[in-house]
Design a protein around this ligand. Structure first.
Ligand SMILES: *Cc1c(COP(=O)(O)O)cnc(C)c1O
Ligand SMILES: [Zn+2]
Length: 409
């Protein structure tokens, strides 16, 4: 397995593969560095294809020695062609990567799988996280499967569905009076003197690696080919940037040929520090106070914001923002054209895709993949009042009165 070290994204200083996340030289973020020199593309491809039907099939490209004995399998979610969605927005080749089809119904199962595998390898008995909701679901569930103790910290005002779907796993659920950025600051303080693996703090470099498996699955699903464009949501910017890193790593080893796809990031207007910086031409983001129905994306001070900006610009993409009404419309558009019901984050992605298409940014023949990261049942309030139900008596007359257009001829 060609994992080499942790390396600083800013100055390149290298560190051992432990539980650390900031560079001691420059305080830059650390990431996992691989040494692919000896890896043969054809045999790597054979190992992938012969692997299990979950994200462990990409073990050659993940930062641990052994897949854990007790784990909740994640990944290998459907990549489906969406011709009716494409037609609705004037395109021809649109695909949906449906990551709601993970064990806890969001893409966070990927990052938690990898973070917990590494945490166990490093000997941790207790895992924790600061979450906007989906990470809490995933940490609680994966810790239960692995037999680890867990503490999850969330803002107290999260959607009830997400709180219930977390507590059920027997985690220690801590609801913090504050927003995500407050929760994250608290967890950073706690991580300093507790012997816990905070999946998105001290083992964040491994957590982030999990997102690459989304890129691997997209490429494998397209027959080891790259799409022309990817539209994906941006909260901290980790997922967005790691999708591109996943493609780039596979290009490096010869599993894929061609350019990095055009990368379009999607944010909610009520929390769009990266989109605002993109528009203003800044290299860094100005923190904001979130106010949006897309709570899973409500990070006002995004750790990977500058890298998301750099990626969008380098790949010819953009970072766009859509408002709450557009998010609701995006949820409905995806549901009505693909049969996939997504949470608010997926509404952000779908609405952004529609905006890009309407603006003429996308050539109709481009192969576009929209990354749908979570399940609609988690944010039911977002669709309340967006359609009408017809209540009737149990009689044909009552039905015919309520829906005259459906009357028998
Ligand atoms: C966490 C999350 C994201 C993206 O998070 P990043 O911090 O940008 O990696 C996207 N969609 C959903 C549903 C999420 O829960
Ligand atoms: Zn550094």
């Amino acid at each position: 397995m060609p994992v080499q070290a942790l390396a600083c994204k800013e100055c390149g200083s290298e560190y051992e593969l432990g539980a650390r996340y900031v560079c001691e030289q420059c305080f830059g973020p650390l990431e996992v560095r691989y040494e692919y020199g000896s890896l043969d593309a054809e045999s790597a491809k054979r190992r992938i294809q012969a692997g299990p039907h979950n994200l462990w099939r990409y073990s050659d490209f993940l930062p641990f020695e052994q897949t854990p004995k007790y784990a909740l399998p994640a990944g290998c979610t459907p990549l489906v062609r969406a011709p009716r969605l494409a037609e609705a927005i004037g395109l021809r080749d649109v695909w949906v990567k449906n990551d709601a089809a993970n064990p806890t119904h969001s893409f966070k199962d990927r990052v938690v799988s990898v973070a917990l595998a590494k945490a166990q390898e490093l000997g941790y008995q207790t895992v924790a996280c600061a979450s906007t909701g989906n990470l809490a679901n995933a940490v609680a569930a994966h810790a239960a499967a692995a037999g680890l103790e867990s503490y999850v910290f969330i803002p107290a005002d999260l959607e009830e569905q997400k709180i219930l779907a977390t507590g059920v796993y027997g985690t220690k659920l801590v609801t913090v009076r504050g927003n995500y950025d407050d929760v994250n600051r608290l967890c950073t303080e706690l991580s300093a003197d507790r012997d816990w693996a905070f999946v998105n703090v001290n083992v964040r470099p491994y957590y982030a690696e999990g997102s690459k498996t989304l890129a691997y699955e997209i490429a494998e699903g397209l027959g080891f080919e790259l799409p022309d464009r990817v539209v994906a949501p941006v909260a901290s910017g980790s997922l967005f940037t790691k999708i591109a890193r996943g493609f780039d790593g596979w290009r490096e080893v010869g599993l894929l040929a061609g350019e990095t796809p055009t990368m379009n990031g999607a944010q909610a207007e009520g929390c769009s520090p990266v989109a605002q910086a993109f528009d203003a031409g800044w290299d860094i983001c100005k923190p904001v106070k979130p106010d949006t129905i897309a709570k899973s994306l409500a990070i006002g001070n995004p750790a990977d914001g500058p890298y998301a900006l750099e990626l969008a610009r380098r790949s010819g993409g953009t970072i766009d923002a859509v408002n709450d009404d557009e998010i609701r419309a995006g949820i409905r558009l995806l549901a009505e054209t693909t049969g996939i019901f997504t949470e608010t984050a997926g509404g952000v992605t779908t609405a952004t895709l529609a905006t890009l298409a309407a603006r003429g940014d996308i050539d109709p023949d481009e192969r576009v993949v929209a990354v749908i990261t979570g399940e609609g049942l988690k944010t039911l309030d977002a669709v309340r009042g967006t359609f009408e139900a017809h209540e009737i008596d149990a009689s044909v007359e009552s039905f015919d009165t309520a829906l005259p257009a459906a009357a028998a001829v």
